[in-house]
Design a protein around this ligand. Structure first.
Ligand SMILES: [Zn+2]
Length: 705
């Protein structure tokens, strides 16, 4: 569970479902690199040739091509068959997917006013395009003909799954609705897309808008690395001194270390009030309109609330199942968080510090408490987590488990000059895919958090496997001057996490595009299970080497890390669950009063459940991207849902007495990673584990039992 994460299938899914009919016939501009055959190795997109002005015409051309493909399906004089309708539909829109994947990447890692303006221009076009297809009556009629006749078609299980999933997707998009309702859904969808986009863009602007500029004597507590980064940041904006911003790599270490309480308060308040300042970037009215429209859509579709609609095709299936899980963990988490607060209050008392613990003190005194209880600080750990060493550690784990290898590719186009490219080979020497990594923060240009995306999903073309192009993106702290980048333990864990998503995309082996997306509450299993290897002693002794001396991380530090790892889980779990409740509560509303207030609703949701004022939710509403930009709407719970799965799944290795047990790893690869949406998620899990997951391993893992 962590930062915003958007994985390939979700990105492609969103793009494909947010995306339209263009009116006029489009001609192909042969000089547009997006429309040329990509001749680089592995057909990597020609990133360096693509200019912002290429996107809109390429989209228009690709949408027109897509429409032609759909038209061919509809106008086929022969009766609808699995091949001429379902497979033809599955194969349609490939060019558009290719182009939107490149644009999606640019929006995430190289955003600028021009890209933002293009995204705004494309949003209604693409939304209309996909609406028109998913609500096309003649197309749906043919899909339904095949579906209604499904039991006579002698389909294999994958074909049957594709047919059922395709039919259900049309149904979920409103294809069975009467015409007037369809028109209403179209309008709602396109407005939702606009609002979601505005939400994200407001947040990007507000996050970049704030700077805390300090002089040397105001920086007590901050170490040399932090100061050097802050000095470089100040210089970049033409100022003297030390600058701190609201992106996580800047604000979080500041809150942990700065002795200046006044500035901790100031920067945290700025962070907590992003898009809540009653200016033109305020998201409160965006939220209100969004939840109204989502509720309206759900009601048209025949549901009581939007969460029901969202969850129907997820592993959880119902809001009740989600609340049941959240409620089981909430009490032990809050109890542990209060214990952590008590530990900090003791430190405050012992040192005669005349303060009451507040939210802006939490991270600062928590570091002190962790140091006192475990004698461990991030500063002790970072030297052992040089980025390149962590990467080697990840490669080692992948090799031990699955026998795969990674070799750096030089002289291939890169999505950003800072990115690196790697060829992943399977145990039998066959190419599995290409992986790009773009790991450093670029404030104002790169979206916050870490995620896994891609430029091409694994596919079969004429029976031949096409390898995927996968990318992982981070916002890690840079090395200062000639020093290498030394990761925090959280960044190290994030690296393993995103790599887990990458593995799922590299291993995926599905015959049809329509079966390539993991359900959202299943998709974090492959990523979160990787975190279990990050700090295992067997793995640390391979990669955690001091960046200067090469000395392996000492055993007593490993022991401390193990013990200290659970400490703080009260806070982390509580702030996460608080945000999950917010996400669910907004989307289980059955009506929204005209005087609905986001701030009052948020406050009620949290205080009614007993959240203490020192712990803000991990995301407050006005900057809760997961839920209000659409990727994790009524879905933020997915991280802990998958947390139950990953802890339980890792137990399968532990029970074998070998965290590299190859038989278990092969089973995990074959039953989960390769399968994606080939079968029901719970069925796949049971095939891997032999039984349904239980929450005991998660509670134990977090020290909440
Ligand atoms: Zn993830």
């Amino acid at each position: 569970m962590k930062m915003p994460v958007y994985i390939l299938s979700i990105v492609l899914f969103l793009l494909s479902y947010l995306l339209p009919f263009t009116m006029s016939a489009q001609t192909k501009d042969a000089s547009n690199p997006l429309l040329q055959k990509w001749s680089a190795p592995y057909e990597i997109p020609p990133f360096e040739k693509i200019k912002p002005e290429h996107y809109v015409p390429a989209y228009q051309y690709a949408m027109a091509e897509h429409n032609k493909e759909i038209k061919a399906i509809i106008e086929n004089k022969k009766p609808a068959t699995f091949e001429n309708t379902i497979v033809a539909y599955d194969n349609s829109g490939k060019l558009l997917s290719k182009i939107s994947a490149v644009f999606g990447s640019a929006s995430g890692i190289a955003s600028n006013p021009q890209i933002i303006a293009i995204a705004k221009e494309l949003s209604p076009l693409t939304s209309k395009h996909f609406n028109d297809i998913s609500l096309n009556e003649t197309l749906f009629k043919r899909v339904k003909q095949v579906y209604d006749n499904r039991n006579n078609l002698k389909l294999n299980p994958a074909q049957m799954r594709l047919l059922t999933e395709t039919y259900k997707r049309f149904e979920r998009n409103g294809a069975n609705l009467p015409n007037d309702k369809k028109e209403e859904i179209k309008k709602i969808n396109s407005r939702i897309a606009e609002l979601q986009l505005a939400f994200g863009q407001n947040l990007l602007a507000e996050t970049a808008d704030y700077t805390l500029l300090l002089s040397k004597d105001e920086t007590a507590g901050l170490d040399q690395n932090l100061l050097a980064a802050a000095a470089a940041r100040a210089k970049k904006i033409g100022k003297e001194g030390y600058a701190f911003g609201l992106d996580n790599p800047s604000i979080m270490p500041f809150l942990e270390n700065s002795e200046n309480r006044k500035y901790r308060e100031e920067i945290l308040n700025a962070y907590l009030n992003r898009c809540n300042r009653n200016n033109d970037k305020d998201n409160k009215s965006v939220i209100k309109e969004l939840i109204e429209l989502r509720l309206k859509k759900a009601q048209i579709m025949g549901f009581d609330n939007f969460a029901q609609y969202q969850l129907q095709d997820k592993m959880a299936k119902t809001p009740e199942a989600v609340y049941e899980l959240l409620d089981q963990i909430w009490k032990p988490a809050l109890k542990a968080a209060k214990k952590e607060a008590a530990d900090m209050e003791e430190i405050i008392k012992d040192n005669n510090i005349p303060v009451t613990l507040e939210a802006y003190d939490w991270r600062y005194f928590f570091e002190k408490s962790r140091k006192k209880n475990f004698d461990l600080s991030e500063a002790q750990l970072r030297p052992y987590f040089k980025l390149e060493n962590v990467r080697e550690g990840i490669f080692y784990v992948c090799n031990q488990l699955y026998g795969i290898t990674f070799t750096q590719l030089n002289n291939v186009p890169l999505p950003n000059p800072e990115a690196t490219a790697w060829l992943c080979k399977d145990v039998d020497g066959k190419d599995l895919g290409v992986l790009f990594m773009d790991m450093f923060a670029r404030p104002g240009e790169k979206r916050g958090g870490a995620w896994c995306g891609g430029f091409r999903s694994q596919a079969y073309e004429n029976g031949k496997k096409v390898i995927p192009l996968v990318t992982i993106v981070g916002n890690f702290t840079r090395g200062i001057g000639n020093e290498p980048a030394l990761l925090s333990s959280d960044e190290t864990r994030t690296y393993f996490h995103e790599f887990g998503h990458a593995l799922a995309n590299l291993f995926k082996d599905v015959p049809y595009d329509g079966l390539s997306g993991f359900p959202r509450d299943f998709v974090e299993l492959p990523s979160q299970i990787m975190e279990h290897w990050a700090f295992a002693p067997e793995v640390l002794k391979i990669y955690a080497k001091h960046y200067k001396t090469g000395e392996i991380i000492p055993k007593d530090l490993i022991d401390k890390l193990d013990k200290a790892g659970k400490y703080g889980q009260g806070f982390v779990t509580t702030e996460y669950l608080a945000a999950s409740y917010l996400d669910m509560d907004y989307h289980t509303l059955k009506s929204i009063p005209s005087n609905f207030s986001v701030l009052i609703f948020e406050d009620n949701t949290l205080t009614d459940r007993g959240l203490i004022r020192q712990i803000p939710p991990r995301y407050r509403s006005a900057y809760f991207q997961h839920t209000f930009t659409g990727g994790y709407t009524a879905g933020y719970y997915s991280y802990i849902w998958a947390g139950v799965l990953d802890c339980d799944a890792f137990q399968a290795f532990v029970e074998k007495g070998n965290i590299f047990d190859k038989v278990t790893a092969t089973k995990f690869r074959k039953e989960i990673l390769e399968k994606a949406n080939m079968e029901d998620a719970m069925d796949l899990y049971i095939k891997f584990r032999g039984k349904k997951p239980g929450i005991e391993a998660l509670l134990k893992n977090r020290g909440l039992n």
